[in-house]
Design a protein around this ligand. Structure first.
Ligand SMILES: [Zn+2]
Length: 139
């Protein structure tokens, strides 16, 4: 199995999120009861336990909050993708997002870097949201 074979888990709470990735749109869940913006998508609001949500598109831009570099591939990753970079990105909308930093300069990623969303295709037309440093031109 490779990353391109990855199929997102089918759960009602996350279905709108994953469906939007087919159109390369990153959506965030917003609680209609208290207004909290939420990521990752879930069944109940962590603030008020509300279960009625709207979905809004993200700008896909943010700042690296924390970053770590990993040198051993995990099972769905080829050795050519190592070392890879895992980061918490704080989106401009104010939610933190666990993802990867990609691109030739990914190993230079540091807290405080501006990043932009890029899409990594996976199975059946879905995409994984990953990030690239804003001052880079390659994916
Ligand atoms: Zn709420």
């Amino acid at each position: 199995m490779s990353q391109t074979d990855y199929l997102p888990p089918a759960r009602p709470a996350t279905a709108p999120y994953w469906e939007a990735t087919r159109s390369r749109v990153l959506v965030l869940q917003r609680c209609r009861a208290c207004g909290l913006l939420i990521h990752h998508p879930r069944e109940a609001c962590p603030n008020c336990l509300g279960q009625d949500f709207a979905w809004q598109a993200s700008t896909g831009r943010g700042v690296v909050h924390a970053v770590s570099v990993h040198h051993r591939p995990f099972e769905v990753m080829g050795p050519e993708e190592c070392p890879y970079v895992v980061a918490f990105v704080e989106l401009d909308e104010g939610v933190r997002f666990l993802s990867n930093i990609v691109g030739a300069d990914r190993l230079a990623a540091a807290a405080g870097d501006r990043v932009r969303l890029v899409w990594k295709p996976v199975a059946e037309g879905y995409h994984l949201p990953v990030f690239a440093r804003e001052d880079t031109t390659d994916q």
